[in-house]
Ligand binder design. Structure first.
Ligand SMILES: [Zn+2]
Length: 131
């Protein structure tokens, strides 16, 4: 655990999140600045700097896939972009970005293009994940 890491604070419950999945090692929650509807972040509960520092890399991506499949089912996403840039927050995270025919990202996902949902809408979106 890193004292001042935002994602560690979410794991510890010090910062609230719209949780969509949790198991012993991983947590998934909605991005508060969603790139598209249902955009979630999957993180290891222990603090690792990069995704390839996570000991079970395969299991980590399996969790991301579960989250992605759930967004397809819940929101009719056409496909999922799994993004691991890693510079935004210094705690490993996989961005699971549902893509829609009419989303605003075109061919590539642009981190600057976000969508706004109210607190109520975010709660509703999080509830629709059936994992
Ligand atoms: Zn952390």
């Amino acid at each position: 655990m890193a004292e001042n890491c935002v994602f560690c604070k979410i794991v510890r419950g010090e910062i609230p999140c719209y949780k969509v999945y949790e198991d012993e090692d991983f947590l998934a929650f909605l991005d508060v600045k969603p790139l598209t509807k249902g955009n979630a972040l999957v993180i290891p509960k222990k603090h690792y700097r990069w995704v390839d520092d996570v000991p079970d890399f395969g299991e980590y991506f399996e969790v991301a896939r579960k989250v992605g499949q759930a967004t397809k089912k819940a929101f009719g996403a056409e496909f999922i972009s799994y993004i691991t840039i890693g510079l935004e927050v210094s705690h490993a995270h996989i961005r699971v970005v549902p893509r829609y025919k009419d989303d605003k990202h075109g061919g590539l996902v642009t981190l600057e293009v976000t969508e706004d949902f109210s607190d109520e809408e975010m709660k509703d979106i999080a509830k629709k994940f059936d994992i």
